[in-house]
Design a protein around this ligand. Sequence first.
Ligand SMILES: *[C@@H]1O[C@H](CO)[C@@H](O)[C@H](O)[C@H]1NC(C)=O
Ligand SMILES: *[C@@H]1O[C@H](CO)[C@@H](O)[C@H](O)[C@H]1NC(C)=O
Length: 234
Amino acid sequence: MRVMVCLVPVTLVLSLVLADTNIIFDNIQTNWEPMFRFYGGGNWHSRNDYILPNKSMDDDHDDEDRAQFRSFQMERWENDINKKVKLELFDDGRKVHELVFDGDFSNKTSWFSPQKLQFSSWKDLSSQFIGDEFSVDGDRDDDNHWTIRNKKSVTCDEEGWLTVIDKPRKGRNRCVCSYEDIDDYPAILYSRDSSKTKWSSGNYGVADMMQISINKFQQMQQPQTQAQPRRFRK
Ligand SMILES: *[C@@H]1O[C@H](CO)[C@@H](O)[C@H](O)[C@H]1NC(C)=O
Ligand SMILES: *[C@@H]1O[C@H](CO)[C@@H](O)[C@H](O)[C@H]1NC(C)=O
């Protein structure tokens, strides 16, 4: 039920985002299309459900619970050469962070890398990334995915920008830091500031929702009818 309540503000925020984006990519026809969306605590596996087709839905199924969503178009990822990819985090119904990547010649996971990063709302995060992890797979031993980390640490003083903690596999003798000790999976941890955070400081947010969208863009064609006839002076 919480999920349904969240839908309205998210839709509102998304329309604002679209307006913004049109300004950024001025002469490019924009059309952001959601590919994958999940809510914290919603029992999706943020990595496996993104990669495997098991939870795909047809866009036409309006009767489904679309609050958590994986487009069937995910399986065509590599066919769309010309695209951008956007990752957005929402908390309390508003967008809190956004990353935009160049998605050309990427597969489902390879676009999520510093080399492809084109825009970040975290000001200390750019293609000049000097951290030690920036990947969808993250730290798979700990079931941490979508990880953007400054430096791994064995003493729980890791710093980073984003990580999604998925439900750990059973039967592991896992030593967790306090911020990883949670009840509801997945948990979308992000730095609230405009820079990275130290997770153990407790200064981080837990996002309600994360969404991946793609923008299959084309350079706008000048319509023939608008072409100005050339004039030559005698
Ligand atoms: C996904 O579905 C396939 C069959 O369609 C099944 O073999 C596989 O175990 C499923 N994977 C998960 C993680 O549920
Ligand atoms: C995606 O591409 C990366 C690097 O190009 C490669 O290492 C990885 O195996 C690919 N993943 C899939 C699922 O094809």
